[in-house]
Design a protein around this ligand. Sequence first.
Ligand SMILES: Nc1ncnc2c1ncn2[C@@H]1O[C@H](COP(=O)(O)OP(=O)(O)OP(=O)(O)O)[C@@H](O)[C@H]1O
Ligand SMILES: [Mg+2]
Length: 379
Amino acid sequence: MAPSPEQVTAALATVNDPEIRRPITDLDMIKSVDISPDGVVRVGVYLTVAGCPLKDRITRDVTEAVSKVDGVTRVQVELDVMSEEQRKGLQTKLRGERGPEKEIPFAKPGSLTRVFAVASGKGGVGKSSVTVNLAAAMASQGLKVGVVDADIYGHSVPRMLGVGERPTKVEDMIMPPVAHDIKVISVGMFKPEGNSPVVWRGPMLDRALYQFLTDVYWGDLDVLLMDLPPGTGDIAISVAQRLPTAEILVVTTPQQAAAEVAERAGSIAAQTHQQIAGVIENMAWLPCPHCDERIAVFGEGGGQAVADALTRTLGARVPLLGQVPIDMRLREGGDEGKPLVLTDPDAPAAAELRRIAAGLSKKSTSLKGLKLDISPVRR
Ligand SMILES: Nc1ncnc2c1ncn2[C@@H]1O[C@H](COP(=O)(O)OP(=O)(O)OP(=O)(O)O)[C@@H](O)[C@H]1O
Ligand SMILES: [Mg+2]
C-alpha cells in the first residue's frame, strides 16, 4: 500500500538543513510531495540559493529518510530555488528568534552561550590548533559549538577543520559551514579568490568581527570559541568591546620569553574587565620516542608562570588548565583538517585537550548566568 502524505511529511521532518540545522519542513523548503499508487514518492525541495553547495547532501538525506517509510518503492528529489520573497520570509523567520534588531546574540543579557577568546602574545604557539581541538572535543561531548576565526591575517582554522566551501547567504544572513559538528566562520571565506593578503585596519577589523557576530546564523550555541591573532592588537580590543563577557584563554609555550608576552596579552583583561578562564601550556614537552622521558624542547614552567603572574595582576585566581605535549600527529591532523581529539582521542596531547575541554564546559553549567565581577588590582 502506498504511504500517506502524513507519513512522508513525518519522514521529511527528520531531515535537517545541513547549514541551518533545522528540519527542512520548518524552513518552508518543501515545495511539493506527490505519492503515486505504486509507492513512488516525488519530493520537490527548495534550496535557499541556486548552486547551494549542499544540494547533494540534501538530496541524499531526503531520499534516505523517505525511503524508510513503509510502502515507498522509490524516491525522486526535484530541486528548485527559493524566490527572493521566500528567502526574505525565511530570513524573517530565523531572525524572529533573535529579535528584529541587529545585535550580537552572545552579548545580550541572559545569553547562555559561553564565549572564549583564545589569545597569545607570541605567534605560532598553537592557538589555532588548541582552538579547533577544544571545539572538536566539546562538540563530541554533545555541546553546540561555533568557531570564529578572528585571525584576519592568519586564518588557518578552516584548513584545520577541513572546511573549504564558502558560506551560503540567505539575503544578508550568512550560514556557517559545518565541519565535525562545529559551525565555522573565518575571514578567509570572505576573501576574493586567490590568496591575496588581507590588509585591514582597526575599524575594518572591527566591522568584520561585528559582521561575524551579527549576520551569521549561529542558532543556539553552548560555546563560541574565537581564535584571535597573536598579540594585543585591534581585534582583541574589538572583542573586549563587542563581547565583554568573552573569557580569555591564554595559550603559551613553556618558554619564558613566550610566557612574558603571553602575560602581557592576558593582562589586557585587567583593563577591559574581562575574565580569564585560564592558561594552556602548549608544546609542553616532547615525549621521548625511546623511553618515558619528557624532553623539554621549549623549556619549562612558562604556563605556570603566566598563570601566577595573571593571578597577581587580576587579583583573582587564574588556573593553569593543562599542559599539551608536542605530538606530530596533532600537526598532521591540522594539515588534514582532522583534529587529533577525534582521530586519536587517546594520544596524550588529545587526552589532555579533551580533559581541558571537559573542564571548561563543566564550569559553564555551574557558572551559567553568573557574572563574576573581578576588578583589576591597581599597580
Ligand atoms: N602540541 C603540538 N604538537 C605538535 N605540533 C603542534 C602543536 N601545537 C601546534 N603545533 C603546530 O605548530 C604550528 C603552529 O600552530 P598554530 O598554527 O596552531 O599556532 P598559532 O598560535 O595559531 O599560530 P599563529 O600565531 O600563526 O596564528 C602548526 O604547524 C601546528 O600544527
Ligand atoms: Mg593561528
